[in-house]
Design a protein around this ligand. Structure first.
Ligand code: KG4
Ligand code: ZN
Length: 384
């Protein structure tokens, strides 16, 4: 079946069409169309993402991104019959607060012949609510003109299943998942598909946020994660060790919670009044990454000690980090019977493919979607 999915929870406008087949044991996926417009360059200027600015950009990008995904999938797009007056009225109602998007939609999408799509999925949370709304409205408008229900999907569940794209074997439960992104740092115990318990989370900043904030302190551009990682690797590759260490917050707290704001503050103090040279950027990145990743590894190790898990899934933007990946691989080799699953690099950061994968799992579990209004929930939790 073909699932069209929409992701607008933060600063990427992403739409994919995924061909999904097989049962829950070994589902197989093939990306037919996948387009994304990143707002990173816009948010770079401000050093972060502002919800209303993100919303406006999504509203501008959704139609071109959908057209690009449809063209990749179906090659040519044919014009269809004109929509009835009642549907037009409902569309005007859906987009009442997005007049610009209504115009784009009526001109370029409402005029198309209905494509061969079986299901529509959209991220419903967590994320920036104004950004989520616009994606949800867009999904509902498509559901209306193509007569399809919508599957509202949890973005974090999407990250969890992102490694399934290339997984050849069965996903063995119970599993533990370390979710590391710009907005989240969570350890999740997964009994089965859809059955989650958050066993630890950050009490303040997310680990990706700490990477981004420390990058700013080092005069490196947003998003800082990849820059810090590259500089730390460079420093390591020279065989150098940092001459200072940063504290590893909550490493001995006895639970699975994290805290990253104190680590950022330690970096701030270290750099106060000091000239930021290239050498200092490299050394600080190395010391910071050691501390940030060290805590992730330590807590994950303890969670594996305490919870029986056959699979360790590590996902989210920070799972791209080379040092984290190598430390996780070391950890996995010490555990008999544990499979480490990481998404391929292109699926680590926010994308629509993971939303379609999750929708497929829901469908296999018997979910039939909804034709009711969907609410954006910026704080949607995995175990609510
Ligand atoms: O999952 P994601 O794309 O968006 C959220 O849902 O937050 O994650 C983005 C985060 C950013 O904070 C970014 O700096 C971080 O992932 N990131 C990295 C790396 N690549 C991206 N952090 C550390 N090392 C990296 N290589
Ligand atoms: Zn994310």
């Amino acid at each position: 079946m073909k699932i069209l999915s929409i992701e607008t929870s933060c600063d990427e406008t992403a739409i994919s069409i995924l061909e999904a087949e097989g049962g829950l044991q070994t589902p197989t996926f093939n990306i037919l169309g996948n387009a994304l417009i990143s707002q990173v360059d816009i948010h770079k200027e401000y050093g972060g993402v502002y919800p209303n600015m993100a919303r406006r950009e999504h509203a501008r990008n959704l139609v071109p991104v959908l057209l690009s995904t449809l063209k990749q999938t179906f090659n040519t797009l044919e014009t269809g019959p004109e929509l009835g007056g009642e549907i037009k009225e409902k569309l005007a109602d859906i987009f009442i607060k997005e007049p610009e998007l209504l115009v784009f939609f009526m001109k370029d999408i409402a005029t198309l012949k209905r494509p061969q799509i079986d299901h529509i999925a959209v991220t419903a949370g967590p994320g920036l609510e104004p950004a989520l709304w616009v994606g949800i409205l867009f999904a509902q408008a498509l559901g209306l003109i193509w007569d399809l229900p919508i599957f509202p999907i949890n973005h974090m569940e999407g990250h969890i299943y992102s490694p399934l794209y290339h997984l050849q074997s069965k996903l063995a439960f119970p599993a533990l998942s370390l979710l590391v992104s710009g907005g989240h740092t969570e350890l999740v115990y997964i009994k089965d598909f859809g059955d989650y318990k958050i066993i630890g989370r950050t009490r303040d900043d997310a680990v990706g946020e700490a990477f981004d904030k420390v990058a700013r302190l080092l005069n490196l551009p947003y998003p800082g994660g990849p820059r810090i990682s590259a500089l730390a690797e460079l420093h390591r590759s020279k065989g150098l060790k940092p001459s200072f260490e940063f504290p590893r917050p909550m490493i001995n707290s006895g639970d699975f919670d994290f805290s990253y704001s104190g680590l950022k503050t330690s970096v701030l103090y270290k750099l106060k009044g000091v000239e930021i040279t290239e050498d200092l950027q490299e050394e600080t990145s190395h010391a910071f990454e050691d501390a940030a990743v060290g805590v992730l590894i330590s807590k994950t190790t303890r969670a594996l000690d305490e919870y029986d898990a056959k699979t360790l899934i590590v996902a989210g933007g920070v799972s791209q980090n080379t040092y984290l990946r190598s430390e996780l691989e070391k950890l996995a080799t010490t555990r008999d019977g544990l499979t480490l699953l990481l998404p391929e690099i292109s699926l680590t950061t926010d994308n629509a493919v993971m939303i379609a994968i999750t929708a497929y799992i829901r469908i296999l579990k018997g979910d039939t979607g909804t034709r009711e209004r969907i609410r954006a929930n910026g704080n949607l939790s995995l175990d609510a």
